[in-house]
Design a protein around this ligand. Structure first.
Ligand SMILES: Nc1ncnc2c1ncn2[C@@H]1O[C@H](COP(=O)(O)OP(=O)(O)OP(=O)(O)O)[C@@H](O)[C@H]1O
Ligand SMILES: [Mg+2]
Length: 211
């Protein structure tokens, strides 16, 4: 009989190296014989990818903070039910590029939506699903923005001012401090290989605790 898989989320600001790390972690877990689903937020389902193209499209500058929050949770509710929960139930591990912490950081601290409102949406939309481990890639805003700028045109959220991303970074750090048993903070200014080794150490700790 399969035991439930483990749910690992990656968080951090723009250009922190989440997508880069996911590739390395994916390979590492495969080598350990773990069956794996890798998804990203917003996205990961047909509905979620359609929502992603709307919320990240810079030609929609008029999307309200309330609408953005609801769209993020609409995508998340679908992703949890359609892909993440079935995979975990089948014993697969799930690696997710951003999850609910991103809404507290971006729509909460960034856009000023009340934390209690986000918590209410979380209870309702996430079906009680919390990450087993959250890897927070922490990086000065300027470094992350310089990295992300190398990738070409900015999306709608990337066009925000530095102050927005400073609030996002601070919110992530506060969440990590409040839940040290779930979060593992990684200094993302290190080389990609050092970031990967730090992540592997954290993941293997969870792996061993649950194998
Ligand atoms: N540790 C690192 N040191 C230097 N450069 C890095 C590091 N990790 C990633 N990069 C580079 O920085 C850029 C952004 O990395 P990546 O796309 O992985 O970030 P991200 O967190 O996924 O960004 P986004 O939030 O915008 O999706 C890429 O060009 C990547 O090659
Ligand atoms: Mg990315």
């Amino acid at each position: 009989m399969n035991s439930r898989g483990r749910f690992i989320t990656l968080e951090g600001g723009e250009g922190a190296g989440k997508s880069t790390l996911l590739k390395g972690l994916h390979d590492h877990l495969l080598q350990r014989g773990v069956t794996l689903l890798q998804v990203r937020e917003p996205g990961g389902t047909a509905l979620g990818e359609a929502i992603r193209s709307i919320v990240l499209d810079p030609s929609h500058p008029d999307i309200s903070a309330e609408s953005e929050l609801l769209l993020m949770f609409a995508a998340r509710a679908q992703l949890v039910r359609e892909r993440i929960l079935p995979a975990l139930t089948a014993g697969q591990w799930v690696l997710c590029d951003r999850y609910v912490d991103a809404s507290y950081a971006y729509q909460g601290a960034g856009r000023g939506q009340p934390q209690e409102r986000i918590a209410e949406l979380e209870r309702w939309a996430c079906a009680g699903l919390k990450a087993d481990l959250t890897l927070l890639l922490d990086l000065p805003v300027s470094t992350g923005r310089a990295r992300a700028a190398g990738r070409g045109a900015a999306d709608r959220i990337e066009t925000e001012a530095d102050a927005f991303f400073e609030r996002v970074r601070q919110a992530y750090r506060e969440r990590a401090e409040a839940e040290p048993q779930r979060f593992h903070v990684i200094d993302a200014s290190q080389s990609p290989d050092n970031v990967l080794q730090a992540a592997i150490a954290a993941v293997d700790h969870v792996f061993e605790a649950n194998s």
